[in-house]
Design a protein around this ligand. Sequence first.
Ligand code: FAD
Length: 242
Amino acid sequence: MTRLLIVGGSDAGISAGLRARELAPDVEATLVVADAYPNYSICGIPYHLSGEVPDWHSLAHRSRADLEAAGLELLLCHTARHIDPAARKVTVTDPNGTEQALAYDTLVVATGATPFRPPITGLDRLRAAEGVHLLHTMDDTFAVADTLARRPAGRALIVGAGYIGMEMADALTSGAWRSPWSKPCPRCSPPSTPTSPPSVEAALAGQGVEVVTNTTVTEIRHTAHGLQVAGANGFARSAELV
Ligand SMILES: Cc1cc2nc3c(=O)[nH]c(=O)nc-3n(C[C@H](O)[C@H](O)[C@H](O)COP(=O)(O)OP(=O)(O)OC[C@H]3O[C@@H](n4cnc5c(N)ncnc54)[C@H](O)[C@@H]3O)c2cc1C
């Protein structure tokens, strides 16, 4: 029997495990997952934060029971630390730091990516407690939800207007947050992208979103009066959530 070890339990890891079991039902598939949320829809995070998907559990494509019924063994809240290709072993640790060595015949590394932290002064120090967030994992999601809940009204500044920035601008100015978080306006600040088509800007403006283009954010400071965000060409805004 082949021992398939998969590190990562999001889209890539789960797909690999399910497909392997489909092609070879006798494969013994184990997934090591750093967090407690296997097979969650990361793409759905903005829709949970908007209130359109009120229960975060609904973001799961499949429940843990579904995955186990499909023959996947899940080792949640375990982090892979070391691969020994010669011995075909992966060392993992649990939240207490206890080590365990897992043997494999075939290894799939499906650990995704980590958000890029642009060189913005202050970004390395400021965290969710100060209202500064990255958005990638379910834990990031809970942290943003906590900031929103702690400050039921305020200004949000979104750095970056790719699709995630746009989805979050929409999420914060529609649904449950429409009135409290739309005045004053959240702001999108794509650092160096071309000007958005007028129709997109107009639609966002209609929702109370100020779009600032061709502006590189250079500094975020936490002050007694909230977060102060500065950028090129004299850009300066204050916000409670970045
Ligand atoms: C807010 C947001 C919205 C998005 N919306 C869309 C969309 O609408 N459409 C679209 O196509 N894409 C969207 N994406 C992108 C999409 O979510 C990613 O492309 C996809 O999640 C990548 O899947 P992955 O399995 O490669 O990695 P990830 O989803 O990053 O998962 C990595 C997995 O590896 C685990 N892991 C990491 N390191 C270790 C370790 N050392 N040990 C054990 N486990 C580890 C993590 O716990 C996790 O389970 C969105 C992303 C975000 C952040």
